[in-house]
Design a protein around this ligand. Sequence first.
Ligand code: NBP
Length: 481
Amino acid sequence: MTTSEAPARIAVTGLAVMGSNLARNLARHGYRVAVHNRSSARTKALIEEHGHEGDFVPAETLEELVASLQTPRQIIIMVKAGAPTDAVIDELVPLLEPGDMVIDGGNAHYADTRRREAALREAGLHFVGAGISGGEEGALNGPSIMPGGSKESYQHLGPVLESIAAQVDGVPCCVHVGPDGAGHFVKMVHNGIEYADMQLIAEAYDLLNRVGGMTPTQIAEVFRGWNSGDLESYLVEITAEVLGHFDPETGVPLVDVIADEAEQKGTGRWTVQEALELGVPVTGIAEAVFARSLSGRVEQRKAAREAFGSPEVLASERIADQLVEDVRQALYASKVVAYAQGFDQMRAASAEYGWDLDLGAMATIWRGGCIIRARFLDRIREAYDKDPNLASLLVDEYFRDAVRDAEAAWRRVVVGAVEAGVPVPGFVSALAYYDALRSERLPASLVQGLRDFFGAHTYRRTDREGSFHTLWSGDRSQVDA
Ligand code: NBP
């Protein structure tokens, strides 16, 4: 068989920015890649512009694509999430044979992935929901890949995916996450943590700017410095880039001319919705999602400014000197809380769906390729290596000491921000979570008392087993419930 007649190793259908970059990444790693797109113009463009980078097999139709593959077939779908993914699956399934693998690399909701996996399993096919992080750059040069699905499918796919993923210290940022929707769930939480991380960074910037009186250029320098310490991460690195950039039109820092209304595509919201279902407090992610929503409520913000005026913040150089270090520590401690909450959510989902997630491995595959890549993730991996059943990341020795050391500065930052009228919902809620978690007693006792009063919802006691109800509208004696 000549090279041109050899079957392709793997296929990609959906050749917009993510799909074409992923196909190029595969081809550059020596795989013969069959490529297809609903409208063939994208396929032609890929071959014309990048055909020389590797061994591509263009296909006009899905039938052609399927026919060009070695068996069992491996087909990556990289189309818009939702209905388009279902449309492609529906068209593809009748063309496949038992044992073939369909990989959805889009940003699917994990519940859709569970549904699709179950349906394809019935037909004898493997469905692999794979979270892919790192945007277009990652897809081309090495993303973080979070594949779910059966162990059997990973035996075939794992070596390919691991070879095109980002590598950190020789370890690929790709691992078999767990069955059915596990991969897309983990990708969702990754995005939720990304929201929290960005919100905390934005609050740090706001404090240094409005309370510390520092310019974006000066703050860029601060972030550049932070990036050589515990906070070293892609997001801190690019914060310095964005803050240090000047608008070519006006000559002012770009951040000062960007409209302050943050948008969202929805994965942060999904994370919070799922956390509510699972009963896991992910306050850092929720505050980040709500902060974006609030920023977009332009009419309300205008009305409130007119009614109350903007807080007058008196910045001074003197404050800035001590503020920078305090904010660094507050940012670090708040970040530990946000990650601890995200990992809690993954653990809860793992228990709920029987996924048996290896949390240390999740930290490992986020070390490179993805948006939240950070030095910090090595520490998280170490924490779970030491104790896979860690009650919370916060109680791991390293993080416990880090948070304890940061506590005084964290409180100063929160108090200072509250007094100055600078909103820091991420910092405040992280501190409240930390304080709540370590409180000997929580006022939930009173909540239970109130619930029993108006709804006879009963309560448990601290001193003996059982459920009880007080006859509030009677003689107020206590009865066993
Ligand atoms: P888009 O999300 O913009 O989707 C465009 C692709 O979907 C095109 O190939 C288009 O074909 C195809 N498509 C659509 Br729309 N409806 C279709 C249908 N009914 N049948 C067949 N194909 C259909 O592409 P993207 O930005 O490359 O993202 C691909 C996936 O990767 C998405 O799920 C996205 O959420 C995810 N993702 C994106 C990023 C990122 O940074 N962009 C990062 C991580 C994950 P056409 O050319 O014929 O219109």
